[in-house]
Write a protein that binds this ligand. Structure first.
Ligand code: PLP
Length: 374
């Protein structure tokens, strides 16, 4: 499996696990509830084009990305279906979204006018829009009291409305605030419910906690990939018990193995000095691949038997150094990241070590890493 794209390392992505996760998440929702697969950030590092193609051919028809350019990449790769662009969409994105038939997230009358009045060639239809209500996160979305004006403007300008949506700020930790947000959203959209406009609000954490899982869509991101919304062991256990499966592992073999004598320094800034003779393996991957530099001296690799080996010295842009067993050769494969919830070098474990969340560990995985889909 090595020698993928000329490198000694690759990500292995189990597409079946992602489909399994979608089915598992949907099984906890109302029977009419469909899924918008959130594949922004290069599908949280898993590779959005390959994933969208696979999901579309397995019946998933709705996708969401973070920018028009992310959607353009999908369309140019032949991805069909509904593609929503999240955020507060901006004027600069309109030409691409209209040309490639995406659904913008509308959050102001000003943008809606620009969207409707963009001088499209006659053969380009006007895609429907999603309107986002800010129910308390204060980031993206219109205020509840602005919604009637935006909907009236859609009607006046002949802009079809696909859906009304909101997003939760605290869906994992604070049920009360989440419920308040949901109440705010449902109150704002109540007058329009008889118009057949779809509604959606639930992200992964809300789905796991059973909030807003009876609307028309759920919008899972992190849990699609079998990852947890935070890096605690407790949350990882909840996700595992829910029946989700991590889809990604990162594999590499060393590019060099050497025996070094006591007193030798390893890596930039000489942060590691050998006290004893040791076998040190260099792997040709680094922070330019998404292996966080904060893992310097803290990272763990595992061999195929699950035995841990520790990183020493700084993480470089294109190399890491690891103390390995004496019988290691450049053919010995290692897990940089494992696909489970408990290993220190699982995505969750790595996030915990550097004080971040699995989202960041996933989305940091560089596009220069080869991805093997199985
Ligand atoms: N919906 C919106 C509007 C989002 O911005 C995101 C991600 O940030 C999601 C859904 C998916 O969230 P999660 O990855 O927590 O499931």
């Amino acid at each position: 499996e090595f020698n993928l794209a000329g490198r000694s390392t690759f990500l292995r992505i189990d597409l079946d696990a992602i489909l399994h996760n979608i089915k598992t998440l949907r099984s906890r929702c109302a029977s009419h509830t469909d899924v918008i697969a959130v594949i922004k950030g290069n599908a949280y590092g898993h590779g959005s084009v390959a994933l969208a193609r696979y999901l579309y051919s397995n019946g998933v028809q709705h996708f969401a990305v973070a920018s028009a350019v992310e959607g353009q990449e999908l369309r140019q790769a032949g991805v069909q279906g509904f593609i929503q662009v999240f955020g507060n969409c901006v004027e600069e994105e309109i030409a691409v979204m209209r040309q490639y038939q995406m659904t913008p997230t509308v959050t102001s009358e000003a943008f809606l006018k620009q969207w409707a009045l963009w001088p499209a060639p006659v053969q380009i239809p006007l895609p429907a829009v999603a309107i986002k209500v800010d129910s308390g996160m204060s980031r993206n979305g219109c205020q509840s009291e602005e919604l009637p004006g935006i909907i009236k403007l859609c009607d006046d300008l002949g802009v079809p409305i696909h859906s009304l949506m909101s997003h939760f700020a605290q869906s994992w930790d604070d049920d009360k605030f989440t419920q308040q947000q949901l109440d705010t959203f449902l109150a704002a959209v109540k007058p329009y419910r008889n118009r057949g406009i779809k509604l959606h609000a639930a992200n992964s954490a809300a789905i796991i906690r059973g909030v807003a899982t009876d609307l028309d869509f759920i919008r899972p991101g992190i849990c699609l990939y079998g990852l947890a919304p935070d890096s605690t062991k407790k949350t990882a256990q909840i996700i595992e018990d829910f029946g989700l499966r991590p889809a990604l592992c990162w594999v590499a073999h060393p590019s060099m193995v050497k025996r070094l004598l006591p007193g030798r320094h390893v890596g930039y800034d000489q942060t590691y000095v050998l006290d004893n003779e040791e076998t040190i393996a260099t792997f040709s991957l680094g922070y330019a691949d998404g292996y966080n530099r904060l893992l310097s001296g803290k990272g763990i690799l595992t061999d195929m038997d699950g035995e841990e080996q520790r990183l020493v010295g700084r993480v470089s842009m294109d190399a890491i150094t690891v103390v390995v067993k004496d019988d290691t050769t450049i053919e010995t494969p290692f897990y940089i990241y494992t696909s489970d919830y408990t290993s220190p070098n699982s995505v969750t474990g790595m996030a915990r070590t550097i004080g971040t969340i699995p989202y960041e560990v996933g989305t940091s995985l560089s596009t220069r890493l080869p991805r093997l889909y199985v």
